[in-house]
Design a protein around this ligand. Structure first.
Ligand SMILES: Nc1ncnc2c1ncn2[C@@H]1O[C@H](COP(=O)(O)OP(=O)(O)OP(=O)(O)O)[C@@H](O)[C@H]1O
Ligand SMILES: [Mg+2]
Length: 245
């Protein structure tokens, strides 16, 4: 005679060592656990597909080779402000998915904005999310390439993929000319991503007022709504002993 699910559950519970706390103890709990696990693995599959799709379209991995070794553990802390930046970056990863707020790392050259931005993206990819760090000029280049009638990637498709990726970190924001085309594209992406509850990160040498002047109040308003602004005020770490570039 076939054992009922209740019998199987009773046997499982009897086999379990006394010190092990079960994840479920009833048939209903078991079914719920199985359904949740299936959902989790489906979601991870979708995120991995998004990452692969984006990397194929852009033609490179989500993090540039120069920043692939950047991590939280090899980020040196020499002042309280650097500690605050490291804590903010770690906090962003820890609370990822709980809010759609993004981040802006603003400050001097060589202070580690790409280092921490890449470490965030790397950590998220490791956890099964999709993430990409991309300069604004690379974004424009990829977008303009879709205008060619021979382009295998269509504009709508590129925008959809850029908006579907879990974390998009835009680098060198504020260096562009600030033309109507550029502002419209950035606003469109930040807006659409926010509607889909996908945060955007920004790395920039500009301060808040300069950012507003360059890319407009609308984008900055979206970007700082629920997001974090982290100042990188110390001097350059580039070329220091032990630093890579
Ligand atoms: N606190 C740090 N600990 C270890 N390495 C660091 C730290 N800060 C920066 N670096 C290293 O210094 C180099 C320059 O840093 P990074 O490219 O992140 O600077 P940045 O703030 O993005 O500069 P820029 O504004 O010029 O683009 C990188 O190799 C990075 O790994
Ligand atoms: Mg940089």
């Amino acid at each position: 005679m076939m054992a009922s699910q209740t019998d199987v559950m009773a046997r499982l519970m009897a086999l379990k060592p006394a010190h092990v706390k079960p994840l479920f103890s009833t048939v209903e709990g078991w079914k719920k656990f199985q359904a949740e696990e299936a959902m989790k693995s489906n979601q991870q599959l979708t995120d991995r597909n998004r990452q692969a799709r984006m990397e194929k379209i852009i033609g490179r991995s989500g993090i540039q080779p120069m920043h692939q070794k950047c991590s939280f553990s090899n980020y040196s802390v020499e002042c309280p402000e650097q500690q605050a930046a490291l804590d903010a970056a770690k906090g962003f990863v820890a609370s990822f998915g709980k809010s759609h707020g993004g981040f802006v790392f603003s400050g001097n050259c060589g202070t580690g904005k790409n280092h921490l931005g890449s470490a965030i993206a790397k950590n998220l990819i490791k956890r099964g999310h999709s993430a990409m760090v991309m300069t604004v000029s690379e974004l424009f280049e990829n977008h303009r390439a879709t205008f060619s009638k021979d382009s295998p990637v269509k504009e709508a498709g590129l925008l959809r993929d850029l908006c579907n990726i879990d974390l998009l970190v835009l680098d060198e924001v504020g260096l562009q000319k600030g033309s109507e085309y550029e502002i419209n594209l950035l606003t469109n992406i930040v807006d659409r991503r926010q509607l889909q509850l996908k945060p955007t990160g920004m790395l920039t040498n500009k301060n808040f007022d300069e950012m507003v002047a360059m890319i407009g109040e609308r984008i900055m308003d979206r970007q700082t709504d629920g997001g974090i602004w982290v100042p990188f005020t110390w001097s350059s770490m580039r070329g220091r002993k032990g630093m890579k570039s």
